[in-house]
Design a protein around this ligand. Structure first.
Ligand SMILES: NC(=O)c1ccc[n+]([C@@H]2O[C@H](COP(=O)([O-])OP(=O)(O)OC[C@H]3O[C@@H](n4cnc5c(N)ncnc54)[C@H](O)[C@@H]3O)[C@@H](O)[C@H]2O)c1
Ligand SMILES: CC(C)[C@H](C(=O)O)[C@@H](O)C(=O)O
Ligand SMILES: [Mg+2]
Length: 364
């Protein structure tokens, strides 16, 4: 199958981790005879440096012509003095909005090899396997006005019924294929937008009688992620709550470098990126954990290309790599087989472990 993947490395560790994921995808493309082609585009601070804008027109056009998008990360202190509309993060928000990528899926899985890498007790993180469904194109990030008025600053939190309904429906659809439980997170004791959110969740839930629904206020949800993380299946929430809770949830897996994500819309085009940022503190040092981006590539194969076997080759190879003791410096792994390696060596190990699950010659 000829498929085009737009690759937007971005800033900081973005280029290091995306190049690793591209090597993984190239290996699969070759072994399965898929003929993937990769087209690079600029985004974020590097978009501004190369083309004067954090989301250049050329990048948007490449993405619109592609079958899927793989993104690294944007941002960094060297861009802090840019005017607000040229900041790297604006490029990321703009691509999500322009392409209507309203559903951000962030799976949180505790790997056996990393149960002691989390600061929580291993009993607590054993069996952690949930997914955060974060609304991605509404809420405080996009509401107008968002401005300064003298010594006052204003941001606006807006949600329409339709925006809530489509993300909540996505969450229930997913729950049907998993453990049949949805936890809706809001702040309905205070916010009007959350009251509407809860009403719509109740309405959508009626279509899915087989799925158990619970409502949890966001402050309590932040606590429960630590005290009862294995009790969750699908968590659905608005944009900013989802942003904050997903970084918190990453700690259960051992590192922010372990959390992949898929940003989806109604058709097959999707944008796949690690949940982490550009990690300026370790950029360019071959220290970044590439697994979140590699696992995002697996989500790309599953969601945009329906290549489930190929996706599971990646997922099994990641598990085997970790089981063999290989890990990057962000993961505290101490067993007798522990081997600390750099970004590129970690990618090499994943590719090595993929070999045993792939056909030895081109089969399609
Ligand atoms: N999707 C994105 O592009 C995205 C997401 C979050 C933050 N950002 C941007 O990134 C910049 C830095 O933000 P931050 O420092 O708050 O968050 P960050 O996620 O970049 O880093 C937080 C901490 O986690 C570590 N870390 C993150 N990813 C890692 C990986 N793959 N391997 C090993 N360690 C990793 C970093 O070294 C750092 O100590 C900011 O400009 C921010 O706006 C971008
Ligand atoms: C960089 C920033 C705009 C972004 C967000 O808040 O959505 C990031 O934190 C993320 O989680 O993808
Ligand atoms: Mg975030």
């Amino acid at each position: 199958m000829g498929k085009t993947i737009a690759v937007l490395p971005g800033d900081g560790i973005g280029p290091e981790v995306t190049s690793g994921a591209v090597r993984v995808l190239e290996t699969l493309s070759q072994k399965y005879g898929h003929n993937f082609s990769f087209v690079k585009g600029n985004i974020g601070g590097s978009g501004y440096e190369a083309e004067g804008h954090p989301l250049p027109e050329s990048t948007l056009s490449i993405c619109k012509k592609s079958d899927a998008i793989l993104l690294g990360a944007v941002g960094g202190p060297k861009y802090d003095t840019l005017p607000a509309h040229l900041r790297p993060e604006k490029g990321l928000l703009a691509i999500r909005k322009e392409l209507e990528l309203f559903a951000n899926l962030r799976p949180v899985t505790a790997f056996d090899a990393l149960l002691d890498a989390s600061p929580l007790k291993r009993e607590r993180v054993t069996d952690v396997d949930f997914i955060i469904v974060r609304e991605l194109t509404g809420g405080l990030y996009f509401g107008e006005p968002s401005e300064r008025r003298g010594d006052v600053a204003v941001d606006t939190l807006v949600y329409s019924e339709q925006e809530i309904e489509r993300i909540v429906d996505k969450a229930f659809q997913l729950a049907k294929t998993r453990k049949q439980k949805v936890t809706s997170v809001d702040k309905a004791n205070v916010l009007e937008s959350s009251k509407l959110w809860r009403e719509i969740v109740e309405k959508v839930a009626q279509k899915y009688p087989e799925v158990t629904l619970e409502h949890v206020l966001v402050d309590a949800a932040a606590m429960k992620l630590i005290t009862e993380p294995a009790s969750f299946d699908v968590i659905v929430t608005e944009n900013m709550f989802g942003d904050i809770l997903s970084d918190e949830a990453s700690v259960l897996t051992g590192s922010l470098g372990m959390l992949p994500s898929a940003s989806l819309r109604e058709d097959k085009l999707g944008l796949y990126e690690p949940a982490h940022g550009s990690a300026p503190d370790i950029a360019g040092q071959n220290k970044a954990n590439p697994l979140a981006t590699i696992m995002s590539a697996a989500l790309l194969l599953r969601n945009s290309f329906d290549l489930h076997e190929e996706a599971s080759v990646i997922e099994r190879a990641v598990t085997d790599t970790l089981n063999s003791g290989y890990h990057t410096a962000d993961l505290s792994v101490n067993g007798s087989n522990a081997k600390r390696v750099g970004t590129q060596e970690m990618v090499d190990q994943v590719i090595k472990h993929m070999a045993k699950y792939m056909p030895s010659s081109i089969s399609k």
